[in-house]
Design a protein around this ligand. Structure first.
Ligand code: NAP
Length: 219
């Protein structure tokens, strides 16, 4: 995020907030996960691949009996997702779409050729998603935004770790997407999160917060 807590600019151009060294670090974290989750707006706006980029890391996963990249997961209410977007067309790992019950039919007719559509109930909670992913063998889930998704994982207290990277500039435009919305976050002034580590990566800084007992120091 920017110094003032934004994830993107207010315009159409995607704002780069990380540098190459941090993107490589993120690639390493991805390679160590079983699944990666982003919200449907991020799939629509950014058209991300969500693949492990480094060939050595992909090979190392394959040597461990895994697909080269983790399972991809998204969440939607309206089910307006393009089956030709990179989320669905790149990589050979499974793609999962958690969908509110009201639009499961629409989601399946659009996406069943490219993804598994899971009925997430009338209102999809991140705990439901996490529990269902765990039942599918996902032990380590990386959540990569956007703000709506961050808000729910943090407010529902289902995240074990927060990795926050701060870029050295402001966005200064409240039309842009913030890191989180308002919410009943469990970590407040009287009950702060534990700052587990701080790393300078060139001109950006990585803050790692331990949010649960499942936080792994060395991860
Ligand atoms: N800087 C970064 O690291 C970073 C990372 C990721 C994204 N971003 C930016 O963040 C922006 C998008 O963030 P955002 O907060 O607007 O969107 P988002 O979190 O990516 O996705 C929100 C969408 O996800 C679906 N959704 C969320 N919670 C749901 C629930 N409980 N049940 C069912 N569906 C649910 C809905 O999809 P439907 O609308 O389909 O119903 C909702 O509109 C983009 O501009 C992107 O560039 C930045």
């Amino acid at each position: 995020m920017s110094i003032d807590g934004y994830l993107d600019s207010a315009g159409d151009e995607r704002l780069m907030l990380s540098n190459d060294a941090d993107l490589d670090r993120v690639d390493e974290v991805r390679a160590g996960c079983d699944a990666i989750l982003v919200g449907a707006t991020t799939v629509r706006n950014d058209n991300p691949r969500l693949l492990v980029r480094c060939p050595d890391r992909r090979m190392e996963r394959v040597a461990r009996g895994l697909k080269p990249s983790p399972v991809k997961v998204t969440v939607t209410c309206g089910a307006v997702l393009d089956p030709h977007s990179r989320f669905f067309t790149t990589g050979d790992a499974e793609k999962l779409v958690y969908c509110a019950s009201t639009s499961v039919g629409r989601a399946r007719s659009r996406l069943s050729a490219v993804a598994t559509v899971v009925d997430g109930g009338p209102r999809v909670s991140m705990r439901t998603v996490s529990d269902d992913l765990a039942a599918r063998g996902v032990r380590r889930l990386m959540v990569e935004g956007g703000g709506t998704i961050h808000t729910q994982f943090l407010a529902e207290d289902v995240a074990d770790e927060l990795q926050l990277v701060v870029a050295p500039f402001f966005v200064g435009d409240s039309r842009a997407r913030r890191f989180v919305d308002d919410g009943p976050f469990p970590f407040r002034a009287g009950h702060p999160a534990r700052l587990a580590d701080v790393q300078r990566i060139g001109e950006v800084v990585l803050l790692r917060y331990a949010l649960s007992e499942r936080f792994e120091e060395s991860a």
